[in-house]
Write a protein that binds this ligand. Structure first.
Ligand code: TYD
Length: 450
């Protein structure tokens, strides 16, 4: 593939302008036209001339690569009375200029983030992970009671609580009212806001900004990073966690792709976007078992030579998250979906009862894309009270509590919360010992028994 080295140019087209509601056929017609001017969220480029000749055709920087069709918003579970959750197109683009894999910003964010059903505290794995996180950073920065930690997208306050336990002053920023109030009730001061420059100007400068699984949700990525740079002290650190796109591609986990997740980060485009906003990626940690493969980035306002791991993972990514890797992924996804559905249909023909394990946002994508409906799954069991009694959008599979599920256990559980495989298999020892089995969808559908 040709390398396109282009001078940095920030597009005058803002992402908000792309926040237009286009649905179904209307979108398909507009898609081609759109991608010819869609600006990349990372580098801002929309198109550029190849070869530099004034007669050569202008080429798009952004190309559509994976089309999952029209799917409902993943986290908007339906109540039994209100059952509408309109589908929106889900198309993944690749930027030839900076390699950022991304969606177009089609859904108004108030539709996605006003009420939220995801709670960090819903799994033991994440509670422990965030406790170790706070411990590691407190030591690394030698945080004291004088320092303030700002967590953007602080959810139910799980991480900030862990910093509070270690003596730091904390402030959460969380746009979803319902989860922000859970944090407040737990004693974590939280502003119900989006994180932008207007808000940041009202805040004191801080030593540490954290944002976990947030950058993927941000429409105006560059503005967000500029705001982080604004609020950090010169000796401060920006620490963030993100699923590594190379893992998403390698594991075939296409259910990580949903409207909320606007960007799928590799280190290359991320390093570039950070740098252009005055932040330097200096270090990384890698957690292969968190959400199927997560990296924790450390970005500093002052330049330092990047650590060995930054260089090593960036080199791996050259092959594992490039245009060709994404193209191969787009070819594998429909095959995997067919295979999974066929496996489940064969079980149904044998008279087996199947249910879903967990009702994560991912399940909405997996089930709707694969066409796994109520004819296949009786219910999905989930520990989150906010989800119980509701229906998974599109396929309308009812979400029940694990207690209720235990009164009518299936023969097979489809592991929808596959990212907690270890925790769940350990917890469900009894189900497995009694002959129950799991179907794990990724990297290839497989059965797991005792
Ligand atoms: P998660 O994968 O964290 O998030 P996302 O919504 O971003 O895809 O969601 C996991 C879901 O699985 C969450 O709703 C809680 C549920 N869960 C269980 O029901 N039982 C369990 O033992 C665990 C670990 C999770």
């Amino acid at each position: 593939m040709r390398e396109h080295v282009m001078p940095v140019r920030r597009s005058s087209i803002r992402w908000e302008m792309v926040e237009i509601e286009l649905r179904g056929a209307q979108f398909r017609e507009a898609k081609h036209a759109m991608s010819s001017w869609l600006p990349c969220r990372g580098c801002g480029l929309s198109d550029f001339p190849l070869g530099g000749s004034p007669w050569s055709p202008r080429h798009r920087a952004m190309v559509p690569m994976v089309d999952l069709g029209n799917l409902p918003l993943a986290n908007r579970l339906l109540s039994v009375t209100s059952t509408s959750n309109a589908p929106y197109p889900l198309v993944v683009y690749y930027c030839h200029n900076c390699a950022l894999i991304q969606l177009a910003d089609l859904v108004p964010r108030t539709e996605m983030f006003t009420d939220y059903v995801y709670l960090t505290s819903a799994s033991k794995t994440m509670m422990e992970h965030f406790d170790r996180y706070a411990e590691g950073i407190t030591r690394r920065l030698d945080l004291t009671a004088k320092d303030r930690v700002l967590d953007v997208g602080s959810n139910d306050g799980t991480l900030l609580k862990a910093f509070q336990r270690r003596g730091a002053r904390v402030l959460g920023i969380e746009p979803a009212r319902n989860v922000a109030s859970i944090a407040e009730a737990a004693g974590v001061p939280t502003l119900t806001n989006y994180f932008d420059l207007k808000l940041a100007k009202r805040l004191e400068k801080v030593r540490l900004v954290t944002a976990n699984n947030i950058l993927s949700h941000v429409g105006s990525l560059r503005d967000f990073l500029a705001t982080v740079a604004h609020v950090l002290r010169p000796n401060g650190l920006f620490v963030f966690e993100l699923p590594w796109v190379a893992d998403v591609l390698r594991n075939n986990s296409f259910d990580m792709i949903y409207h909320e997740h606007l960007s799928y980060f590799g280190l290359k485009p991320l390093t570039r976007a950070l740098r252009e906003e005055g932040l330097f990626l200096v270090d990384l940690e890698y957690y292969p078992s968190i959400h199927g493969g997560t990296f924790r980035g450390f970005a500093s306002p002052s330049f330092e030579e990047p650590s060995h791991l930054v260089k090593e993972m960036s080199a791996r990514e050259e092959k594992e998250a490039d245009f060709w890797a994404l193209r191969d992924f787009s070819e594998r996804v429909p095959k995997l979906a067919h295979h999974l559905r066929d496996m489940l249909l064969s079980l149904k023909k044998e008279g087996k009862r199947i249910a879903g394990y967990g009702a994560p946002a991912k399940a909405t994508i997996l089930l709707n894309y694969c066409g796994i409906g109520r004819d296949i799954l009786d219910y999905a069991s989930d520990t989150t009270p906010l989800k119980q009694g509701k229906l998974i959008p599109g396929v309308k599979i009812p979400v029940v509590s694990p207690e209720l599920a235990r009164t009518k256990p299936p023969d097979y559980y489809l592991l929808l919360a596959w990212n907690f495989r270890q925790e769940i298999l350990a917890k469900e020892r009894e189900f497995l010992d009694k002959g129950g089995r799991f179907v794990v969808p990724f990297p290839q559908p497989e059965f797991v028994d005792s």
